[in-house]
Ligand binder design. Structure first.
Ligand code: NCD
Length: 309
């Protein structure tokens, strides 16, 4: 089904394919020892032209827990990119060594380009401010695991909705579910791009909807999921704007008093200041559970893309 396919943006997977992936992730979580040799002899290449902690390490952990091996670089400064090699040539080369490539690159569209010159599947681990589909699999898996259902929920996206690729990917993926209300909370300079809302919410008859605000407190009580994000410093053109906007929202225990008792706080991480560390002890804080589900989501994805048994 997914065998041999690349994953560039979230809608490359149908809702049914995502369901298969979630079921497999739960199966792996339940009996990890059954899977420990399932990818023996297979090689994963992780090519990270941009900083990462979770995405790269969770892919590597996922591959190793399936019995496979990893190679790659965490810093493009140590690759031939510094000598001027094109991305296409780097990908063609790595595709001669590895069975699957996971790439993060600051340029929007780079993952699609890589998939077109690769002889093996390419998984997009973030292309600039564009998409981050495996974070979306992580986010949806966490919602499904902790709530049981992804339909009929109100999701608040808060922070940098302009540059945040995890937001862009999750908004697209949620459009496939039913009864989803999205509330976009940001300063006006960091609003969700209109190309995205006009493509996702174009069908007036669909039962998904959105609204926009700059005030988190006003809508806190409506939310089932609060998706916090950091302001994406590396995508700003000038530092003054970043400094002015970086602390627009800071979630504290006091603000959490207005939230539903079963609201879930998600964050793709890294966190900077936008969630005060005092909130970590609140049972509604799910962002470290989310990190764990990210590894199971990636174990399931690698199993499906590479094939198993
Ligand atoms: C995110 C990313 O790289 O887009 N991190 C991640 O992969 N979990 C979010 C971010 O950097 O803010």
């Amino acid at each position: 089904m997914l065998k041999g396919r690349s994953l560039i943006e979230p809608l490359d997977l149908s809702k049914e394919e995502m369901e298969v992936l979630f079921d497999l992730a739960f199966e792996i979580e339940d009996k990890p020892e059954t899977w420990k040799d399932s990818q023996r002899g297979k090689l994963l290449a992780t090519l990270f032209f941009e900083a990462s902690t979770r995405t790269r390490l969770s892919f590597e952990a996922a591959m190793m827990r399936l019995g496979g091996s990893c190679l790659g670089f965490a810093d493009s400064g140590s690759s031939s990119a510094v000598k001027g090699e094109s991305l296409a040539d780097t990908i063609r080369t790595v595709a001669c060594y590895a069975d699957v490539i996971v790439m993060r690159n600051p340029k929007e569209g780079s993952a699609l380009l890589a998939s077109r010159c690769s002889g093996v599947p390419v998984i997009n681990a973030g292309d600039g401010g564009h998409h981050h589909p495996t974070q979306t699999l992580t986010d949806l898996l966490t919602i499904k695991r902790l709530r049981g259902d992804i339909n009929n929920i109100c999701v608040g996206f808060c922070g940098d909705l302009k540059f945040g690729r995890t937001v862009h990917s999750l908004v697209k993926a949620l459009s496939g579910y039913s009864g989803v209300k999205m509330i976009f909370i940001s300063p006006k300079e960091l609003k969700i791009p209109s190309y995205l809302t006009s493509s996702v919410f174009k069908n007036e008859k669909s039962n998904i909807s959105f609204s926009e605000t700059d005030n988190l407190d006003d809508i806190m009580g409506e939310l089932d999921v609060l998706y916090m994000t950091r302001v994406q410093k590396e995508r700003f053109f000038n530092e003054e704007d970043y400094i002015r906007l970086k602390d627009s929202y800071i979630l504290t225990n006091d603000k959490m008093k207005a939230a539903k008792k079963d609201m879930m706080i998600l964050h793709p991480l890294p966190r900077v200041n936008e969630i005060s560390t005092e909130v970590d002890d609140d049972p509604r804080a799910a962002y470290f559970k989310q990190v764990r589900y990210g590894m199971f989501a990636r174990m399931a994805l690698l199993s499906l893309v590479l094939g198993y048994k």
